[in-house]
Ligand binder design. Sequence first.
Ligand code: SF4
Length: 705
Amino acid sequence: MNREKDRPETSTCCYCGVGCGVEVRVDKNNTVSVIGDKHHPVNEGKLCSKGLNLQYTVNDRSDRLLYPQMRYHRSMPLERVSWDEALERTAAVFKAFIDQYGPNSVAFYASGQCLTEEYYVLNKLVKGFIGTNNIDTNSRLCMSSAVAAYKKTFGEDSVPICYDDIELADCLLVEGANPAWCHPILWRRVEAHKTRNPDVKIIVVDPRVTDSCSIADLHLQINPGTDMVLNYALGRLLIEQGRVDLDFLRSHVEGYDAYKERVMEQTLTQSAAICGISAADIELAAKFIGDSKAFLTMWTMGLNQSVIGVNKNLSLMSLNLITGMVGKPGSGPFSLTGQPNAMGGREVGGLANLLPAHRDLDNDEHRAELQRFWSGTTVSKVPGLTATEMFDALQDGRLKAIWILCTNPLTSMPNARLVEEGLAKAKFVVVQEISDKPQTLKYADVILPAAAWAEKEGTMTNSERRISHVRKFVDPPGEALPDADILCRFAQKMGYHGFVYSSAEDIYKEHVRSTVGTNISIDGLDYSVINSMKTVQWPFQKRRKKGTARLFEDKRFYTESGKAIIHSPPADFHSELPNKEYPLVLTTGRIRDQWHTMSKTGKVSKLSQHISEAYLEIHPVDADSLGIDDGCLVNVSSLRGSVRVKARVRASIKPGVVFLPMHWGEVFDSDLNRANNLTNNLVDPISKEPDFKYCAVRVERHIKA
Ligand code: SF4
C-alpha cells in the first residue's frame, strides 16, 4: 500500500470541524508531507498552524501502539497477544456480561474524530446487534446542545448555512466562540470579508477579550452564563423598534407570541446589569442586527457547554427567526463544530439518543426500519447512557464493561476524579488507541492498536455538511488496524452477521443506502462521485447530481407543521455559583496551537512555541487582591480538586473570572495541570452536555513548603 507519488493526492485535515483540504505526498522513505489543497472550496490552499504541522504527527511513530495487549488482572502487566486472542477474549467477556446482566451492562465511548464509516459500523454493532443504545462520543462534550436546539427549532439536526454565507453576511454575531484560535481558516474568511467590506458589522460576545475581538465593531464582554439574558434583551429591542420580519413570522414560524412575552420580562437596564455590560452597547448590537440585510449567528462551546446549553442555543436561533434571517444568502444560525467529524457522527446516529440518518429513537417505525435494514436484533427504544452517565454507571456497577476508542476521557471529561474512579471500578476496560501515552491505558484489560490519519480511508463531514474523502497513504505501524476493521472483527467474534466488508467504501455504500428517503439522503454518492465533485454537501440531489449549499430556502422546515418553532424558556441560570470559599468563576477552553488532549499536537515541538504550558488567566484586580504576580505559581481549587499552574495576569479577562486551557493533564505531564480536576459534573438536562464553562474556584499564590 505504501507508494511514492509523483503527484500529491488530496485528503482532509483531521483536526477541527472546518474541514480543510490537504495535498499529501509520500516519499520513498514513506515520509508524509502535507500542504493546503488550493482547489478545496473550504480553505483554497490555506492551513492553520495545526494543519501545517499535520505531517509531523504521522511521521513520528515513536509513541505508537504496535500490537494488541491483554492481561487477566489489573495487577498484572499487559502482554502482547494476537488479534484473535484479544478479540476472542473481549467477545467472551462481553457475551458473558450481556447474558448475565443484559445488553445495557456494556458501553462504547468513541470520538468525533472517528471517520463516518467507523461511526456507522459502531452504531450498527451496538444498536443493531448488541441491542443497547449505550454508545456515546466526545461529541457529547461539544455539540449535543446544538443538536437538541436544531431539532427543537427546525425539526431536525440540520445546520442550515454554508461557509459562502460568510462573504454574503453584513452582520455577524459571534457568541461564545473564539474562531480566530479554534477555527482559524474559517475566521480568515471573516477577516478578509471585513477587510474588503468595512461596513460589515461584527459583534463578538465573550467574557474574555480574545483574538476574535481584534476585528470586532463591538465586543460585549458579558458575565459568564448570561448569554440568554443578552439574547432576550436583543430580541426585546428588535421587537420594540419594529425590526422584526412579521410576514416571515406569520407564515413560517410558531411561538412568536410566547417569545414576545418572555423577552418583555426584563427591562434593558435589568438585562444590562445582569450581563455586566452597558445598555448602550446592547442597543448598538440591536441596531447592527436590525440594520442588517443578511445576519449570521456563529457560536460554539461558550453556548453549548453549559447547564443551560440548549436554552442558550434556542435564544440565539430565535434572533435569526424573528428577523427572518434563515434560508437566505448570508443568513442563518451557524454552529461551529469542534471536531473534524462530529457532523458525520450525527449523520449515522453516533450519540446515545440518536439513530442513523436522523431517525428518532422514540419512533417505532424508525426503529423497525433499521431493524429490517440491518437484519439485526430489536433496536431498543431506551436511550443509552451519555458520556458522563457512563462513568457514573461504572461507579455504581450498572455498567460492567466499557470500550473506549479514539478519545482520552481522563483529560477531557468533567470532574476527572469520577472518571478515574469509574474506570478503576469497571470490570472490563477495552482501549482502542493509536498512542501509548494516554493514562486511560493504565486501566485497560485489553489494548487494541489503531491506525491513525493517513493510514486508513473513509469520509468526514465538516460544519457546513460538506463530505470529504480521507485517504490512506501509508500502512499503519506494526499490527495496528483501521478502527472499522477492528470493530468488524469483533462483531464476527460475537457471531453477528453483516460485518464482512471488502473496503471502507463498501461500508460507506451501506451507510448511503440507510439514508435513502430521509431528509439527509445522500443516495447516489460513493467515493468516485465525491472525488469527481471534490466535496459534496448533504442532502445530495441524485437526479441533479448536486449537493445542497443552504437549507430552508423554500421556508419549509422539518417540523410537523412545516414551520420553525421559537422556544422561549426562562433565562434562569443554575450552575455552581461562586461563594465565600470559592469566590471566582472558572471558564475553560482551547488555545490556538493545541488540539484536545495533545496526543497528536503535543508531539510537535513547533506547536508549543506559542504557549508551552497550562496557565491561569486572571484579571489584575483579582491578582492584586490575592498577591499574585504575573508568572508566579498559583493553586486553583474547587470542591472537586485542585490545579497548580503559572498565573497570566491579563486585563483581557473580566474581574471575577479566571480561565484555564483544557488540553493539559495526562499525556505528557502530571495531572496537576488538568483543568478537569476542577470542573463540576453538572450537565444540561436535555442535551446532557457538561458545564465546562462555569464553576466556582479559589485561587491562591503557591507557597513552597
Ligand atoms: Fe485543520 Fe481546522 Fe486548521 Fe483547517 S482550520 S487546517 S481543518 S485545524
